[in-house]
Write a protein that binds this ligand. Structure first.
Ligand code: GRF
Length: 192
């Protein structure tokens, strides 16, 4: 049984979809939800599904091995960043080589990198006059949004779409594809 940890900094709608998806899957489960934000909505969502949570601050995350220790305490074999806003530290990337993935709400390599998250992404897409947007799921390394791309899905944009309307179209893709892409990757791993 692969045990998945989900990192999120905010509402956690993606985390919830992933928890729900794996409730009916025999080979993997979401065993831990972690956040850098003690007020993150994702913590309540996790608790409502009985999933343990763990909150950490910047010093713990970047200056200790405590987060890795917590992952190991829960026998975590796969890590998912779902709206997690901090850069992943090298020790975590090294502890989970090719086992950490992230979702970005745009078609990387465009509209990625530091500061390109949430609304800022969709505003930049609208500002650039793009005719489409979408999602990118990629492996995580120590740089924002630069790991090997695993999956992308696209949505058409209308000329008068607002950033909020783009965000909604993108979120529909996130919720539709992220759980299935995670399941597909895990199905190819040695069983845990
Ligand atoms: C999503 O847009 C995701 O692509 C990005 O952060 C947002 C998380 O939304 N990485 P939620 O917290 O899962 O609702």
């Amino acid at each position: 049984m692969h045990k998945i940890a989900v990192f999120a900094s905010g509402s956690g709608s993606n985390a919830q979809k992933i928890i729900e998806y794996f409730q009916n899957q025999p080979h993997a489960e979401v065993a831990l939800v972690l956040s850098n934000n003690p007020n993150a909505g994702v913590l309540e969502r996790a608790a409502s599904f009985g999933v343990p949570t763990y909150v950490f601050n910047r010093s713990t995350f970047y200056n200790t091995n405590e987060v890795i220790q917590e992952l190991q305490n829960h026998q975590i074999t796969f890590v998912v960043l779902a709206g997690f806003l901090w850069l992943t530290p090298a020790n975590l990337v090294q502890a989970y080589p090719h086992r950490i993935i992230n979702i970005h709400p745009a078609l990387l390599p465009k509209f990625g990198g530091k500061g390109m998250y949430g609304h800022f992404v969709h505003e930049a897409v609208v500002q650039a006059g793009e005719s489409e947007s979408g999602i990118t799921i990629h492996y995580v390394n120590e740089h924002y949004d630069e790991g090997q791309i695993i999956f992308q899905a696209r949505c058409a944009l209308d000329k008068d779409d607002t950033p909020d309307e783009v965000a909604h179209k993108v979120q529909v893709l996130e919720h539709q594809h992220f759980p299935e892409v995670i399941a597909k990757i895990i199905s190819k791993l040695p069983s845990a």
